[in-house]
Write a protein that binds this ligand. Sequence first.
Ligand code: FAD
Length: 440
Amino acid sequence: MRRIYENAAYRNPKTCWWRDTAAPAQQPQLEGDHRTEVAVIGGGFTGLNAALSLASANVDVTVIDAEQPGWGASGRNGGFCCLGGSKLSSALLAHRFGKYQRSVWHKTERAAVDHVDALLAEHAIDADRHSDGETQLAHTAHAMRDMQASAAEAAAFYGVAPEIIPVQELRLRGLNGRFFGGITLPIGFALNPAKYYAGLVRAAQRAGASLFGQTPALSLRRIGDHWRIATPKGNLTARKVILATNGYSSEDMPNWLRARYLPVQSTIIVTRPITPDEQAQQGWTSLQMCYDSRILLHYFRLMPDGRFLFGMRGGLRATAGAEAALSHKIRKDFHALFPEWREVEITHEWSGLVCLMRRLTPFAGPVPDHPGLYAAMGYHGNGVAMGSYLGAKLADTVLGRQPSGPFPDFLTTPPSRFPLGFFRRMLLAPAYAAATVFDR
Ligand SMILES: Cc1cc2nc3c(=O)[nH]c(=O)nc-3n(C[C@H](O)[C@H](O)[C@H](O)COP(=O)(O)OP(=O)(O)OC[C@H]3O[C@@H](n4cnc5c(N)ncnc54)[C@H](O)[C@@H]3O)c2cc1C
């Protein structure tokens, strides 16, 4: 597998809070020769949702993961099950795809959240849910004015009534930090991602899916009307194959993917449980999931056990030096926004890879010129809901059906290649520098 980051980006994180809360069963390694109708490469939310949908439709489906299902971003995210998935503004969505497709996209975002909500209920997955929708907090007075101005548009797009929170009410709501007010959209909830994917694994297996861990797809070859996936200890032959590798994709698995996706690191810290007194001192007692209005945004939430989760963009590299600098930066940002918690111990810290596409919209559809090969990826850091939904919708496509529910046409347009090829990561440095200036 030829991947664009240093090896450290593809290793186990030293600490990850979710791994202390749920220990899903390890799946065996694939050995010998196997046949299946549909092979899914990658066992995150995308792959597991595709597998669950296919197995529920009585299709013989096999998931292989290079590590274990849930090992990638799906097992290390912030657990915000929320709107999002594209980095295009609403104005640009309309400009590129027309107002109708934009409205379908916004319906898709909502449907994605509802999809996860329904899955948790249907499969009785207790994933420590909390938060009533999601709150955006303004990092400047100017940002607050912009948020107020966009409230009516958000109401129209999502069919809900956003709630404006003036700055003087933040403390009353238990949302006190260095912010200038906020806006809540009553869509979405927070979850424990490890409990969610562990529940998905159980549901997919109950429905009949076969799952394998420690089984990297090393090559993918078309033989007659089948695909042959070579893995370290055996081959998997399938009529159809789904690529669900997102930010952990490689340039040569298959070659078509080369430079069509851009993995980007995101980093999270989690504190020890913050006592009720310490919460009161900071004025932050709410379990609402929040993010700020910066382009390089921070996302954070107090969890039901009192621990605080705080995340932001990760480093441009995965070297020891870059990780140390990022570790310093994330603490600095956390303490700047929540100064009363300077002394609170940070017990867990980890990074993972999200995935950007050149067009800034996800892809979910057939891979051109590769009969029977499909992919879904590129959720721009918002894949808890969108990855789950598009994994399930891709299952419809694989079965030759129109995806049920909202699904904008542009999602099936094949992703184009980034400039700079293998070195496309370098595009991030000037983008981050410009955003840092803008965010002041
Ligand atoms: C730190 C962080 C915080 C985030 N926070 C949020 C959040 O709060 N809300 C939100 O909506 N989104 C968030 N995201 C993004 C979200 O986690 C992802 O969009 C989503 O999990 C993607 O799921 P996936 O199944 O497509 O990919 P992944 O979960 O990354 O799974 C890909 C899998 O493919 C496997 N793989 C790769 N290559 C091969 C191969 N050749 N053979 C076999 N297997 C292979 C990997 O081992 C991996 O398990 C966050 C991401 C990170 C990293």
